[in-house]
Design a protein around this ligand. Sequence first.
Ligand code: SF4
Length: 378
Amino acid sequence: MSTLGAIREKVESGQRLSFEDGLTLEASTDLFTLGDMANLVRERYNGNFGYYNVNTHINPTNVCVYKCDFCAFRADLGEDRAYVMDEAQIRERALQAHGRGATELHIVGGLHHKLPFQYYVDVVKWVKDAAPEIHVKAYTAVEIEWFCKIDRKSIKEVLETLVDAGLGSLPGGGAEIFHPEVREAICGAKASTETWLEVHRTAHKLGLNSNATMLYGHIDKPKHRIDHMIRLRELQDETGGFQTFIPLAFHPDNSRMDEIPKPSGVMDLKTMAISRLMLDNFPHIKAYWVMLGIKTAQVALSFGADDIDGTVVHEKIYHEAGAETPQEQSVAEIRRLIVEAGRVPVERDTLYHEVSREGSSWASGKRIEVPILTMSRS
Ligand code: SF4
């Protein structure tokens, strides 16, 4: 078993941590040492900046063929709470987002039994037609695999069709936990680990950036989380296309796993710190305040995270699962939280260009460069 002292030496000299090192970090209860090491990497890569963006979520439908145990968002066909947004609603949401200065629309949802792939393509087209300046970050790898199935297309063909419609990047959802001991138990029916990784590999080869997530704090064990991070790290070595890793805290309410308690604050901060330490080739680690809670997200800016996500309007997925956070934070409040954490707030767009605002318009400026030590781009 490695020691925290030996791990610190590796971190200070920019060496990669092993699977065994990851387990040592997981076994430690020395939260402050973990946070201190993660903060060292965080500041090496992103200085004192705390990034945020102005975005809006659209969940076009909650109807889903799958029944992942942790999901409180999905509905069956014909259920009272089932919905599908139509063209007018999507356009209105895009216009609203544009009107309030959003630079990004984050679009994810259920896998509807009866909607054709063309509907999902049209969602992107309607948004880009209504608000051409907005970046569309849409559809998890699980959704992409579903589109391949229903339209009998390859991953590459589906992605190219969506790019032609206006897709700008992929979100990181649907990763959950890659290890088969967990994946098969909580969401065995949907896209496999190999498929999830292949969708992102293909996207990166096409020049699309993407994010990656990990849903922790349910039946997962330390070895599953470290395995998850190492699989992502290996793909990132190969492609360099991931931007941000987002550890997602499990929310049990209204799910089929509601007997499991929410992850504690200690687990949230520890997972954030370990993510920063293990994922040495990811430029950014995000504290997604909607799931973590605003207070923990703020503290996480000193435990490895450099990004606090956006102003987020109309989020449904985690609020259905009991997230008690508000639907929206104002820019002023997000900036205040970042400043209070001792960081310098920087608004970014989806692809990590600084955003400058004059009056009511905005423009993307220079790209935020991160001096990753070990990343090798192909
Ligand atoms: S997590 Fe996604 S794929 Fe699973 S049931 Fe919920 S909406 Fe469907």
